[in-house]
Design a protein. Structure first.
Length: 87
C-alpha cells in the first residue's frame, strides 16, 4: 500500500515542518529539502502509524463484538418465569 497525503494535508505538513525546522532548530531549509524530508517520514514512519491505528481499531471492534452477546441476549423459555400463577 502506498502511503500518500492528500494535497491539502501535504501542503499543511510541509508548512508545519518548515516552521518547526526554522523556529525550533534554527535551520533554514529550502522547499525541496523539506519535501524530501516529508516524503521520507511518510514512507518510513507512516506505515508504522497506520498499522498501529489498524491494530487499535481491530481491538475496539473485537471488544464491541464480544459485548454484543450481553446487549442482545434474551432469556429463553421465560413465559413461565414471568407469571407465578401459571403452571
Amino acid at each position: 500500500m502506498s502511503m500518500e497525503l492528500d494535497k491539502d494535508t501535504h501542503k499543511a505538513a510541509l508548512d508545519s515542518l518548515e516552521k518547526y525546522l526554522r523556529d525550533e532548530l534554527d535551520l533554514p531549509v529550502g522547499n525541496l529539502e523539506i519535501a524530501g524530508l516529508l516524503t521520507f517520514f511518510v514512507q518510513e514512519i507512516g506505515p508504522s502509524l497506520y498499522n498501529k491505528g489498524v491494530r487499535e481499531a481491530q481491538a475496539r471492534m473485537q471488544a464491541r463484538v464480544a459485548d454484543i452477546d450481553m446487549e442482545v441476549y434474551e432469556d429463553e423459555f421465560g413465559y413461565w418465569k414471568k407469571s407465578p400463577r401459571r403452571r
